[in-house]
Design a protein around this ligand. Structure first.
Ligand SMILES: NC(=O)c1ccc[n+]([C@@H]2O[C@H](COP(=O)([O-])OP(=O)(O)OC[C@H]3O[C@@H](n4cnc5c(N)ncnc54)[C@H](O)[C@@H]3O)[C@@H](O)[C@H]2O)c1
Length: 384
C-alpha cells in the first residue's frame, strides 16, 4: 500500500483541524525519525479557492472538492478526516472499504448508533489502521500521568475530577455555527469538550465509566444566521453539561463541560485522587504534571511540580533540550509520529494503536448516556 517509504495522505476539511493536521503532517518527519515519511498528497475542501490557498501554504500537492473523489484515487494511502461530526461516519466507512488507512477527528460520530457501523467497518477492514484524534493523550504530561498509574503509584483510584471550560459561545450575537446544531454536531459541549475529558479520564485511569447522572442547559436559545440579516435560528444543542460518573471500580467522578466558562479559553483539567498518590493536569499549563506521593514520609509530602520536558518523558525527547517547552500543535505531531510508527511496524502495531474506533465508541456510549440522563433526570447505564 505504501510506496518507497512514503505514506500518501489525503485530508478532508480545511479549517481549524485542517490547519492543525497540515502542520503535524509537515513537521512530523522533522522531529520524529520514522522509517516512513508522509507525503501531503491531496487536500479536500468544498471551497476550492480556500483549499488551494491552504494547499499552497502547507505544500499539499493536489486539491479536490468532493471527498468521494479522494477515495477513488489510487495515490492515497491514508485518509485524515477533519470535517464536522456529521461527516465522519460516511467517509470513514467508505475509506476503509476502499482499502485506505483512516484517521478521524473526535468525537467518532454524532451518537453511538452512528459509531457502530464505523466500528464494524474497522473490524472488517483488511489490516488498515483506524484511529481517532483524541490528541490530549499525546500531551507528554498526560502520557506521563498514564505511566504513573500503570506503575501503580496511585493505588486504588477513588476520584476522577474533570473540567473542560471555554467561553466560545458567550456572545449572544455570535452566529449559529455547525457546533450549535444537533443535526450537524450531534451535541454541544458534550461531544465537543466532554468527549475529551471522558477520553482523558479513561486513558489515564484505565477505568471505564459504568453509569452517569447529568444536567444540561441551553442558555442562549436562538442565534443570528450568518449572511441573513435580521434572521435567527434555533440552537439545538446544550451550552453546558455537568455529569456525575460512577466508574467500574466504584470510583466517583465529576465532569463539567461548558462554552460559558467566563474567564477560561481552553481550561482542560483533570485530577485523580488515589490511595497512594494523586495527579493534576491543566492544559493551559500543558508542560507540567503535578504529582502527590502519599507513600513519602508525612513531613515530606506535598505536590511535586514536574516539568515534563526531559528526554525520558513521553514524546519530549523528540523536541528540545529540557526546560524548552512545547505547545498545542505538538499533540498532533505526536499523533502523526505514532501513526507512522505503527504503519512502519506492520499489522500488529497497526491493530494495537489507540484510540481506535472501538475505543472512541466507548467514549460515545458515555456521552449518549449523559444526554439521556440529563433528559430523564436519573442515573443511566453507559453499557461500557
Ligand atoms: N482534537 C481536537 O482537539 C479538536 C479540536 C477542534 C475540532 N475537533 C474536531 O475536528 C472536526 C472539525 O472541526 P473544526 O474545528 O476543524 O471545524 P471547522 O468548522 O473549523 O472546519 C470544518 C471543515 O470541514 C469542511 N467541510 C464541511 N463539510 C464538508 C464536505 N461536505 N466536504 C469537504 N469538506 C467539508 C469545512 O469546509 C471546513 O473546512 C470536528 O469533528 C471537531 O469535533 C477536534
Amino acid at each position: 500500500m505504501t510506496r518507497r517509504g512514503e505514506v500518501r495522505v489525503a485530508m478532508i476539511g480545511t479549517r481549524f483541524m485542517g490547519k492543525a493536521h497540515s502542520n503535524a503532517w509537515t513537521q512530523v518527519a522533522h522531529f520524529h525519525g520514522r522509517p516512513l515519511k508522509p507525503v501531503l498528497q491531496v487536500l479536500c475542501g468544498r471551497d476550492r479557492a480556500h483549499a488551494e490557498t491552504l494547499a499552497e501554504r502547507w505544500g499539499w500537492q493536489h486539491v479536490e472538492t468532493d471527498w468521494r473523489r479522494v477515495l477513488e484515487r489510487d495515490d492515497v494511502d491514508v485518509v485524515d478526516i477533519c470535517t464536522p461530526n456529521n461527516l465522519h461516519a460516511e467517509p470513514a466507512i467508505a475509506a476503509l472499504k476502499a482499502g485506505k488507512h483512516v484517521l478521524c477527528e473526535k468525537p467518532l460520530a454524532r451518537n453511538v448508533k452512528e459509531c457502530l457501523p464505523m466500528v464494524r467497518a474497522a473490524a472488517a477492514a483488511k489490516g488498515q489502521l483506524n484511529f481517532v484524534c483524541f490528541n490530549y493523550r499525546r500531551v507528554p504530561a498526560l502520557a506521563l500521568a498514564r505511566k504513573l498509574v500503570l506503575e501503580e503509584r496511585l493505588g486504588r483510584i477513588y476520584h476522577v475530577r474533570c473540567v473542560y471550560l471555554n467561553s466560545g459561545a458567550m456572545n449572544p450575537d455570535a452566529p449559529l455555527r455547525w457546533r450549535m446544531q444537533a443535526d450537524l454536531a450531534g451535541s454541544g459541549p458534550n461531544g465537543d469538550l466532554n468527549a475529551h475529558i471522558v477520553d482523558a479520564a479513561r486513558f489515564v485511569s484505565g477505568l471505564e465509566i459504568a453509569e452517569v447522572a447529568a444536567a444540561a442547559e441551553t442558555f442562549i436559545k436562538e442565534r443570528p444566521i450568518a449572511g441573513q440579516p435580521g434572521r435567527k435560528g434555533k440552537v439545538t444543542v446544550e451550552d453546558a453539561i455537568l455529569m456525575l460518573a460512577r466508574f467500574s471500580n466504584g470510583a466517583l467522578g465529576s465532569f463539567e463541560a461548558s462554552r460559558f466558562g467566563r474567564g477560561w479559553r481552553n481550561k482542560n483539567a483533570i485530577e485523580i485522587n488515589g490511595e497512594k498518590g494523586a495527579l493534576r493536569f491543566e492544559f493551559e499549563d500543558m508542560n507540567r504534571l503535578k504529582y502527590f506521593d502519599a507513600t513519602a514520609p508525612n513531613r515530606l509530602q506535598g505536590w511535586t511540580d514536574i516539568l515534563v520536558t526531559e528526554p525520558d518523558h513521553p514524546y519530549a525527547g523528540a523536541y528540545w533540550p529540557p526546560g524548552h517547552v512545547i505547545g498545542y500543535e505538538h499533540t498532533f505531531i505526536n499523533i502523526c509520529a505514532d501513526v507512522l510508527e505503527a504503519l512502519g511496524q506492520g499489522p500488529r502495531a497497526i491493530a494495537a494503536l489507540q484510540p481506535n474506533f472501538a475505543d472512541a465508541c466507548q467514549v460515545q456510549r458515555v456521552l449518549d448516556a449523559a444526554l439521556k440522563a440529563a433528559r430523564s433526570r436519573r442515573w443511566e447505564r453507559t453499557g461500557c
